[in-house]
Ligand binder design. Structure first.
Ligand SMILES: Nc1ncnc2c1ncn2[C@@H]1O[C@H](COP(=O)(O)OP(=O)(O)O)[C@@H](O)[C@H]1O
Ligand SMILES: [Mg+2]
Length: 256
């Protein structure tokens, strides 16, 4: 099986600053991979290169086996990639149900033949109910998204990505600004989606409890480069990683 994502030698400079310097990454389908590193390490820039928001100076990107290095963001979405949480993608003035409906319809489309539209509507309605169930949003389906709690709005964003057919989610700090309770609901949701929807997850996260609770592999970036890559056990034991965080301990992780 082709990996969901492969990057080789990605490099991006801003003036004289090498924000991302020769970064390679391999993310198999169905896996959960975290990118961590101190502020300014180049994590967000790396995600921009992967999503197509920025073009690399050097290096290449493949999505599900197809080369995507020169593809714009929309074309990468069609290959199954979705980037959530950077810019809010939800329509705050519409209900949860309406938001998801728009995304589902954008993907599937209603038939141009009126006598087939009823069938399409039934399909869309069934899929919508399934999604509301899966996202735990059934009770909030008719609330305006703009009036929901921050955590729920982010869940709606994940729902939009799923509706649009995402197979690989890039999440830049998915739990930023969330309460503890919202954080753990989001972690649970991501775990469920990964299992039930066979999603591949690549995420940047500062909360080490989330990182070590969710990721199967971790890439550590420092000054634009990959400092270490491996399982949570290997990363937690890596001295260079500890040093990059200037001796910060990795909280919530008790070792193998
Ligand atoms: N658009 C930009 N123009 C100039 N410098 C940038 C730009 N975006 C990021 N940088 C710089 O690149 C480095 C990496 O930033 P970033 O990718 O945001 O790191 P991280 O997400 O790991 O905190 C930082 O030194 C940052 O100041
Ligand atoms: Mg960042």
């Amino acid at each position: 099986m082709e990996p969901a994502l492969r990057a080789e030698g990605l490099t991006k400079a801003f003036g004289r600053l090498l924000a991302v310097n020769g970064v390679s990454l391999l993310v198999p389908q169905g896996s959960v991979h975290a990118v961590i590193g101190p502020n300014g390490a180049g994590k967000s820039t790396l995600f921009a290169l992967l999503s197509g928001a920025l073009r690399p100076d050097r290096g290449r990107v493949w999505l599900f086996g197809r080369e995507a290095t020169r593809l714009p963001p929309e074309a990468r979405v069609r290959l199954g990639l979705s980037r959530t949480f950077q810019v809010s993608q939800v329509f705050p003035g519409l209900t949860v149900r309406e938001n998801l409906w728009i995304a589902l319809e954008a993907r599937r489309g209603l038939s141009p033949f009126p006598w087939l539209r009823a069938r399409d509507r039934v399909w869309l309605e069934e899929r919508l109910e399934e999604l509301l169930e899966r996202l735990n949003l059934k009770e909030k389906a008719d609330r305006l998204v703009g009036e929901l709690a921050h955590g729920d709005q982010r869940v709606v964003e994940i729902g939009l990505a799923l509706s649009l057919g995402a197979k690989l989610l890039l999440l830049d700090e998915p739990t930023a600004g969330m309460s503890d309770e919202e954080t753990w609901r989001t972690v649970e949701l991501l775990r469920t989606l990964r299992e039930e929807e066979k999603l591949t997850l690549l995420f940047v996260e500062h909360d080490m409890e989330v990182v070590f609770g969710l990721a199967e592999r971790i890439t550590v970036m420092h000054l634009g480069e990959v400092l270490a890559e491996g399982t949570p056990e290997v990363i937690a034991a890596d001295e260079r990683v500890q040093q990059a965080y200037l001796g910060e301990v990795v909280p919530g992780y008790e070792g193998a």
